[in-house]
Design a protein around this ligand. Sequence first.
Ligand SMILES: [Fe+2]
Length: 525
Amino acid sequence: MRSLQGSGMRVLTWMAGVALVATAAQAEPERILLQQVGPTSALLKWRGGDADQACWARSAAPLRKRNWPLCAPAVETEGGHKQVLLDSLPPDKEIHYLIGEPGPQAAVDPALHFRTPPPNNKPPRDGNTHIWIVGDSGTATERQLNPPLGDGVSLTHPGEALEVKQGFLTYNQGKEPVDLFLLLGDNAYLDGTDAQWQKAFFEIYPEIIQSAQVVPTIGNHEMGGTLFDLGPFLGFPPGRLITFLGGTSSSPDPQSWDDGDPNTVDDGPPYLDIFSLPSNGEAGGVASGTEQYYSLDYGNVHVVSLDSQLSNRDDSQRQAMADWLVDDLSANDRDWTIVIFHHPPYSKGENHDSDVEDAEIDMREVFTPIFDEHGVDVVYSGHSHSYERSYYLTGHTGLSTSFDLATHAELDADGNGASGQDAETYAQISAGSRIDDKVVYTVAGSSGKADELNPCVPPRTLGCTPPDWLMHPAHFVSLPEKGSVVVDASRKELTSRFIDVHGDVLDAFTIRRGDPVKGPRRDRD
Ligand SMILES: [Fe+2]
């Protein structure tokens, strides 16, 4: 979608004098989605319906044309979506919008609203940037693989993504808006088709994505893939242990999955058609040149979405992404820096061991030193269907057996790993180094299902739980529980909470912000 920002869609139409047109006869738009919500503009997308424009106002009532002063035409984008750039918005304000033409009889949905961030490094006016995070949430379309039974049978996790959403809604009680909705990958099983995104995403989160900017990342189920019979390699009869291999890039071109032409449908899965991601730095970060990885600002928060599935698998693409990340983080001036990608650098989830999987090892070895060096505060990944949350870490790129608490983690007064809670709240500027060199890593891949204890019986080593399941030593807490993560980022503190399906908080940590300490940097212990 990169070319759309520079098109003629920025033309605004002043509605005074335009004939009143009721919208009652129009077909309803579907897939209403917000992207790139900045201080003065936002991208509004939808699919279907008759409307060919959208309008915004500071209030939804009274429903008169004069209260919808600015409207802009929609442009067709890839995958049959429509997109409008809502421009000239006031910063740090609640914005109501309407898809279609306003009129005195128009039925305006009061739920269609969002809030713009402040124009600078500040939280919104209620004091916090509010973030909701789900990982591996796409199970509404996941079906039995072993043995494969085909379509129409054996949904394996029906209703579980909705349970997790309900847990968040129970926790939130409608009290706080969602400014950013972060997706940690695997958000539409099995291979990210348009129909799967419809059932597993658009029909699960409609009220969220019409009011919050969606910030996705690419998992191993986003870009197609193939079924692979692993059984014969492990001593099982053919057809008894079918696994899924996600699509990877075969091109050194980091834009290989996106043809960049808004008038055509990309080859392959629709991920890059559904989302319009800021590859040109138009949302505040440094231009990445690809929608596969990108960054953006929202008030006091800088979010980076890395691509651990496509770009990370190719040596040259991985290096290009790392070089861009250094440039991006070096230019970042926001209080809080959050990085998301799918494959976790530290995990002992069922079937997904960061000591074994190449993608996880590469992310740990190549990218965690950059996070340490350039002030990243928190990292969220999925892939493992569990909740695992680390200590406050720095300098660990090896296998789990090489992890040493005293070397790699912030310690409490007793020499144990600090919890990040109460008196052990983390300090953004580490006491030992006097720089912002520590990171909390969270695995939150249980927003659609949670792995269960399933001991490995030889010769089976996959699809079961080894004895050290959920026992990565870098983690303060590991839970086989379904849930999602809520982050509140104020001027002084960032707090991250894991919320279960009942709305209960099962884990939390806080980082207290601080200015760099003047004086020479001390060597790490
Ligand atoms: Fe995954």
